[in-house]
Design a protein around this ligand. Structure first.
Ligand code: F6R
Length: 587
């Protein structure tokens, strides 16, 4: 959440920092700002709205000494020019990702010392507090170390002090920060895409590490201000992974990558029709799957597979609830975290809770070296590649594949599942290219409200279909167990209400179809994504009919394509839906 980029270099610094910032726009885009030092003088420009608003005020040819920049996802204070970062107090100017939880208390203290504030943000308090400490110590490193004792919450900072006009300081706690090491230029950012135009060599900061960065030197310190050595890593990527590569949107590009994502997982995690030794679930009596949003819906499908094929009890929890509920941890429980970004604050907090209780933790994570991956006892990486569109597509599918492979490992379903997965890439390509989503998308786009209905695994799929639709098209949509509707919510149904149903599971499809008839009798037109060729819908997206393992997986791409086409018809900002950010690093 929020993107930060700091740049130290003598060649076209504005252009370099802004290229980085634009690549992080998926992390927040309600306002943005930059502070740069030129000949010892600071300039700050901040603009409400998307980064183009800031862009239009900048001279890309300007040579500067250093710059820090920010694209915001508002937490404290509305999105406007004043609340946008950077924030400046006294000699300190900084940008921040995270939340300072004790900002109110600190604000009172600072007001009593004579500070005044322009914005409603927690970040301005951090800049003032750092200025306050710096005025006492006269040493910025000491002041940063002291600040870690004062601030509660999470933070990644890029900081400029007026007295050191060629230096950027960085510091983090529970919010990612990486340093990109270039040739006579260095960069400090919240995510890897922001440094790749300069270098693929990077260092990951750990909690409480402090970095001091100039154009030709990067020094790292621990909290005690001892200089430390950090491992330099290399990021291997192809440039296409961070470009749209000819597609109108990243989301469409990423849906198109799903066939390859399946193949990659088969190559990586299977051999001779057997699942490789990825992780043995059998030793656990129960599993708590903990995740947020789509990752938790992938977890629901995992629950279905693991309970069915491994006969282990699985509960799925939203990470935002897990920490605050009563948990019955015992040593035979596995806590399984699922996260694309590996930085989701609630999921990370749930992981820490499990660790504190000495429970085994396994994470299924897409981003290598992310906090969740590093903190978990065991980790399995999904190989979806960088996902840029805010709405997840290929990462969600990849999570399900890993869960399925773990569920069938060493069971009689193992070979069948792998052979099914081998069929999936061609089917995905077929559903993207051969189905005309336009006419059904048009019907859905005219609805104000939609129920996404299903039973059992079809309901779990409907949860994702519904989220995908609402988050990018802004149509109100709810997933419902088809059988539950008549216990209250069916009163909403009339001819204008949208109903999309997922019907693949033949063991309960008769029941679902009866429920859909009840809806039809009340005037609603039913859209079905189904492998069942019976007369129970008004419109359909027909998928092929294989078996209980493959059929549910066939629904995923049609659901994603439908949501995409509805949002496109409505002219929505598909890759960056309003109010959302890709990586949710605040609770
Ligand atoms: C929806 C979506 C979100 C994420 C959720 C968890 O399309 O992408 O619901 O699934 O925010 O994010 P990660 O997987 O990064 O932990």
């Amino acid at each position: 959440m929020c993107g930060i980029v700091g740049y130290a270099g003598k060649n076209k610094g504005i252009s370099k920092v802004m290229t980085g910032l634009k690549s992080l726009e998926y992390r927040g885009y309600d306002s943005s700002g930059i502070a740069y030092m030129k000949n010892g003088k600071i300039n700050i420009i901040k603009k409400e709205g998307p980064i183009v608003n800031l862009d239009s005020c900048l001279d890309y040819n300007e040579d500067i000494d250093i710059a820090i920049s920010h694209t915001r996802w508002a937490t404290h204070g509305v999105a406007n020019d004043i609340n946008a970062h950077p924030h400046r107090q006294g000699k300190i100017t900084l940008v921040h990702n995270g939340i300072i939880e004790n900002y109110n208390e600190l604000k009172k203290e600072l007001i009593s010392k004579g500070y005044t504030f322009k914005s409603d943000t927690d970040t301005e308090i951090a800049s003032a507090y750092l200025d306050y400490i710096y005025n006492k110590t006269g040493n910025i490193l000491e002041s940063l170390s002291e600040l870690t004792n004062i601030l509660k919450g999470s933070y990644a900072f890029n900081i400029i002090c007026d007295d050191e006009p060629e230096v950027i300081y960085g510091m983090r706690k529970d919010s990612p920060l990486i340093v990109g090491l270039g040739d006579k230029e260095n960069i400090l950012a919240s995510d890897i895409p922001a440094v790749l135009h300069i270098t693929n060599k990077y260092v990951l900061l750990d909690n409480y590490d402090i970095v001091k960065l100039t154009n030709d030197k990067v020094l790292f310190y621990n909290k005690n201000l001892e200089e430390i050595k950090k491992e330099v890593k290399e990021f291997t990527f192809d440039k296409e992974s961070i470009s749209k590569n000819g597609y109108d949107h990243f989301m469409l590009k990423e849906i198109n990558e799903e066939a390859d994502v399946v193949k990659k997982h088969l190559n990586l995690y299977t051999e001779n029709d057997k699942v490789k030794d990825i992780f043995d679930l059998s030793k656990y009596k129960s599993i708590d799957i903990v995740a947020c949003g789509s990752a938790s819906f992938a977890g629901q499908i995992g629950k279905y597979y693991i309970e069915k094929y491994k006969n282990i009890k699985v509960n799925v929890y939203y990470a935002s609830e897990y920490r605050y509920q009563k948990n019955f941890f015992d040593k035979d429980t596995l806590v399984l975290l699922i996260s694309q970004s590996g930085e989701t604050a609630d999921t990370l907090a749930a992981l820490k809770l499990a660790k504190e209780n000495n429970i085994d933790t396994l994470s299924i994570v897409n981003r290598k070296d992310s906090s969740i991956a590093r903190e978990s006892k065991y980790v399995i990486y999904t190989e979806a590649g960088i996902e840029i569109a805010v709405a997840t597509t290929k990462a969600y599918l990849s999570q399900i594949i890993v869960l399925l492979l773990m569920a069938v490992k060493d069971t009689k379903y193992e070979e069948k599942a792998i052979n099914d997965l081998k069929l999936l890439p061609n089917l995905i390509t077929k559903y993207i290219n051969e189905y005309d989503y336009q006419s059904i998308a048009k019907i859905v786009s005219e609805k104000e409200h939609v129920f996404y209905l299903g039973r059992g695994i079809d309901y779990y799929l409907a949860m994702e279909g519904s989220l995908k639709l609402k988050e990018i098209s802004y149509i109100h949509s709810e997933a419902f167990q088809a059988g539950e509707l008549k216990h209250g919510s069916i009163s909403l149904i009339d001819k204008d209400f949208g109903v999309i149903s997922i019907v693949t599971d033949k063991t309960i499809s008769d029941k679902t179809i009866s429920n859909l008839k009840e809806v039809s009798s009340r005037g609603a037109k039913v859209i079905a994504i189904t492998n069942i060729r019976e007369d129970f819908y008004d419109y359909s997206i027909e998928i092929d009919d294989y078996d209980e393992i493959l059929n549910p997986l066939l629904v995923i791409v049609p659901m994603q394509m439908l949501a995409y086409n509805v949002a496109k018809l409505k002219g929505c900002d598909i890759d960056k839906p309003r109010n959302l950010a890709k990586s949710v690093t605040v609770e």
